[in-house]
Design a protein around this ligand. Structure first.
Ligand SMILES: C[S@@+](CC[C@H](N)C(=O)[O-])C[C@H]1O[C@@H](n2cnc3c(N)ncnc32)[C@H](O)[C@@H]1O
Length: 212
């Protein structure tokens, strides 16, 4: 766990919700392609020929495309809570044909059968989910033994900082992933953390965890 001084005790107010300027933007996709996914690949390795699920795939489907093109998966499914985002995502990945399927759904209660995926990806879904520990539990449930969770997150330290919070709305329960908290939630869900890299003064973490 980070020192108590780095953990939020209250959630500061939000004055303007400017999430849309960054979430699903082209610059955001570039960060995911050029920085985040390569870190995850280095930490966890490829998923060659595998079946993958991305939680909170957003409007662009960048993570789905990366699962196929960078990680070498044969199939990439997406689950997205927000119906208009799921529809936009389907349009964005239409060229990938039947290798990709995007469903409207809640990552805290997945419909997929237990053990049905070789890898689950989550790029910045946990800090947007109200019950992020349930998302980790569900990811663990749908992974086959030996399957891997790949997660990239902005942590509580930045999400609940006063400047970011003032312009960016997130669930207000104050229970946000920290690097250590995410690793602990993975362990509690039956996953072994096999790689983690935390950067930017603890504001960003990438983690790979394998199901026993
Ligand atoms: C910050 S955006 C990240 C989008 C994309 N993964 C990326 O990295 O650019 C978080 C996404 O997670 C979705 N989301 C939030 N809670 C969710 C949940 N419980 N189940 C599925 N998707 C969820 C949001 O609708 C949003 O599209």
């Amino acid at each position: 766990m980070p020192p108590t001084s780095l953990r939020p005790t209250t959630v500061p107010p939000t004055y303007v919700d400017a999430n849309r300027l960054w979430v699903d933007s082209r610059p955001r996709a570039l960060v995911q392609q050029r920085f985040e996914a390569p870190v995850l690949l280095r930490l966890g390795g490829p998923v060659t020929g595998g079946r993958t699920l991305e939680l909170g795939s957003g409007r662009r489907g960048t993570g789905l495309r990366l699962a196929l093109d960078l990680f070498g998966a044969a199939r990439a499914d997406g689950v997205e809570l927000h119906p208009p985002s799921a529809a936009a995502c389907r349009d964005a990945v239409r060229d990938l044909g039947d290798r990709v399927e995007v469903q409207i759904g809640d990552a805290t209660a997945l419909t997929a059968a237990a053990g049905s995926y070789d890898a689950v990806f989550g790029y910045h879904v946990l800090h947007h989910a109200v019950a992020w520990r349930d998302v980790v539990r569900e990811a663990a449930r749908v992974l086959r033994p030996g399957g891997r969770l790949f997660s990239c997150e902005m942590t509580a330290r930045i999400v609940d900082s006063r400047p970011l919070r003032a312009v960016s709305r997130h669930p207000s329960d104050g229970d946000r992933p920290t690097p250590a908290g995410l690793a602990a939630a993975c362990s509690a869900a039956g996953l072994t953390v096999t790689g983690q890299e935390t950067r930017f003064a603890g504001c960003w973490t990438a983690l790979v965890a394998t199901k026993q």
